[in-house]
Design a binder for this molecule. Structure first.
Ligand code: M6R
Length: 608
């Protein structure tokens, strides 16, 4: 997830060390490139490249940057590969302005084409540059700077925060639409950043602008205006009292909990990016013409691939084969050819098992595509085309938000395979009219977390003594049960087996004893089947916990019903993973473990 930082001081000073330190404080958000610019006596000194802060800062001597105004940015690639030209900040056509953003401008491609047609110099593919030209466009048409920003804001679709400065000026400007932004007020300086951690060591006096607000920064004061009418807004200054660690975790006790709560926001951002992404149509075209489809991954990413395969069958009538990457080498690679398409799914894009499978599939001629969170990773470079998952940095070892965005991507692709426009409103749909399904999903995710968390904590306490449990599902909820079981194993160290609910009677039933916890994840159409399963184990003493939409029949049969908001079978499965993530988290914490860093595991597995 990118990060921006702008700084303005009342005396000309060595800006470089201030910008480097701020960039270092933003690194926890994840990044692949770094840049810094100083605005000094009518000139702009811009230095940037791909790499770590310390390497790029040293190579380009950031410490030499001087002046009264500076901007630094850490980039997490979404539009345009990680490269020096795509790194931020960016200049306008004549080098009179410099700006940087975090977030995504989803009409980036269309706007770039317009700017080129209008004669502007567009140097990169990056949407941060698009923000700069969006302002430049209205300056060229004779508007005052604030009005140019207001008009640019109207043109730039998506979620982002942006900071910009002009060479011949004494101010910086920032505006916000959807992404985080905080302003700091110190002795003889002001600053603006994507988040609090980069500001706190400088000052604890802050202002939090809201979406649709423009901030003008001088060294000794700031002004907040509404983008709508340009009028001044009275945003109150506040003093931050929390510790740095608490601030980095966004007030949550662990990164995992923060990332669980971030899921709705990243799903929202992902669907914006997918709506504006022409590569989606290229990929769908390839999949429509393919003989066989393979969805390949490991661990959590394999579970997302498995949910995707169910979606493709249920919505688009297309069979897809979910494959555990190493088994793909032994079982499927010998059988594939150029007529087949594989989608390789990975948070890190560096999992060796996945890369080995890609190499084996490619050697047999298969067309290989990817879904990855870390843009610039090996998978994004090796696959013919790779869609970004847009989750930002996932710090916690257990994958949460990357799983849900993998599933959302597969749902989006399944809609496309079905010939539907995923961005169009759901007219006449039982779920909601007037909004697209991908606008409704983030709202349902938020609602689910709100509805289930207190009950989950109580259940976690009740079943915490057990070191053996099962998680069962059917259809689209089968891989969700596998994922829930993996989360439980990974961070509670209990043995939890995920299984197709109907398989339980074929053996594991003999393990059931009094109080034995069995969790069912039930789709809205599978209630009768799940009720059979519940009773089979209940009569043998099991404690039955069901995650499902409201249904009186479930209350009559199960010990606990964790109710999900009403949706449809595909979305209900996606929502079903949220209580399982929370259950794992709370059990892990109750056991005294650190869910962010479970023993024996690492976030990225680059070994065979
Ligand atoms: O980076 P990847 O998605 O390729 O990683 C695959 C697995 O190692 C990963 O999903 C692992 O299972 C998670 N830590 C589970 O939470």
């Amino acid at each position: 997830m990118c990060g921006i930082f702008g700084y303005i001081t009342n005396k000309e000073e060595a800006l470089g060390p201030i910008l480097i330190a701020a960039a270092e404080r933003l690194t926890y958000r994840g990044y692949d490139s770094v840049g810094a610019a100083a605005l000094n006596n009518g000139t702009i000194d811009l230095r940037k490249d791909v790499g770590k802060v310390e390497q790029v800062a040293e190579k380009y001597s950031f410490t030499e940057l001087r002046g009264q105004r500076g901007i630094t940015q850490l980039r997490w690639a979404t539009f345009g590969e990680p490269s020096q030209i795509n790194a931020q900040p960016h200049l306008d056509s004549d080098g009179d302005m410099v700006g940087a953003h975090n977030g995504n401008v989803v009409n980036n491609i269309e706007l770039r084409e317009q700017f080129i047609a209008e004669g502007m110099t567009v140097r990169s593919q990056n949407d941060g540059e698009t923000c700069v030209h969006a302002v430049e466009r209205y300056i060229n048409r004779g508007y005052e700077f604030i009005d140019a920003i207001r008009l640019a804001y109207g043109d730039l679709e998506g979620d982002y925060a942006f900071v910009i400065g002009r060479a011949n000026d004494d101010k910086l400007y920032a505006f916000k639409k959807g992404s985080g932004m905080v302003v700091g007020l110190g002795e003889g300086f002001t600053c603006v950043s994507s988040d609090l951690p980069s500001i706190l060591p400088l000052t604890r006096e802050v202002i939090r602008p809201q979406d649709g607000e423009i901030v003008t920064l001088w060294a000794d004061r700031v002004e907040v205006r509404s983008v709508k009418d340009g009028k001044l807004i009275d945003r109150k200054q506040e003093t931050v009292t929390e510790s740095m660690d608490a601030v980095q975790k966004g007030g949550y006790a662990h990164f995992m909990l923060k990332e669980i709560h971030e899921q709705s926001q990243v799903a929202r951002e992902l669907s914006h990016v997918l709506n504006g992404n022409r590569e989606v149509d290229v990929l769908v075209g390839k999949m429509k013409n393919a003989r066989h489809l393979y969805f390949i991954g490991c661990g959590t990413s394999y579970h997302a691939a498995s949910v995707g395969a169910v979606y493709f069958a249920q919505l688009a009538g297309r069979a897809a084969i979910p494959v555990l990457a190493p088994q793909g080498i032994a079982q499927y690679a010998p059988a594939v050819s150029h007529a087949d398409v594989g989608i390789f799914v990975s948070q890190s894009g560096e999992t060796k098992d996945v890369l080995n499978a890609l190499e084996a599939a490619e050697a047999h001629g298969m067309e290989c595509f990817g879904l990855a969170n870390v843009v610039g990773s090996t998978l994004t470079k090796s696959a013919s085309l790779c869609l970004p998952l847009c989750c930002g940095y996932e710090i916690s070892v257990p994958a949460t938000k990357t799983f849900t965005n993998q599933v959302v991507t597969f749902l989006y692709l399944a809609f496309k395979m079905e010939g539907k426009d995923p961005s169009s409103p759901l007219d006449g749909h039982s779920l909601r009219s007037g909004q697209s399904i991908f606008e409704v999903i983030p709202e349902l995710m938020e609602k689910t977390i709100e509805m289930v968390e207190p009950q989950i904590k109580a259940i976690a306490k009740d079943i915490n003594e057990w070191n053996d449990l099962y998680c069962l599902g059917y259809g689209a909820t089968y891989p969700i049960a596998l994922e829930g079981a993996l989360k439980l194993k990974e961070i509670t160290y209990a043995h939890c087996e995920g299984m197709l609910s109907t398989e339980f009677k074929h053996g594991p039933l003999s393990a059931v004893s009094k109080g034995f916890p069995i969790i069912f994840v039930a789709g809205p159409n599978d209630v009768p089947l799940i009720i059979s399963g519940i009773n089979e184990v209940k009569v043998r003493g099991a404690r039955t916990i069901v995650i499902a939409e409201e249904d009186p029949r479930l209350h009559a049969n199960a010990d606990d019903v964790i109710v999900l908001p009403k949706s449809d079978p595909q979305i209900s499965a996606l929502l079903g993973v949220l209580p399982l993530q929370l259950l794992s988290y709370h059990m892990s914490v109750m056991r005294g473990f650190d869910p962010d860093f479970p023993r024996n595991l690492s976030k990225t597995l680059t070994v065979d």
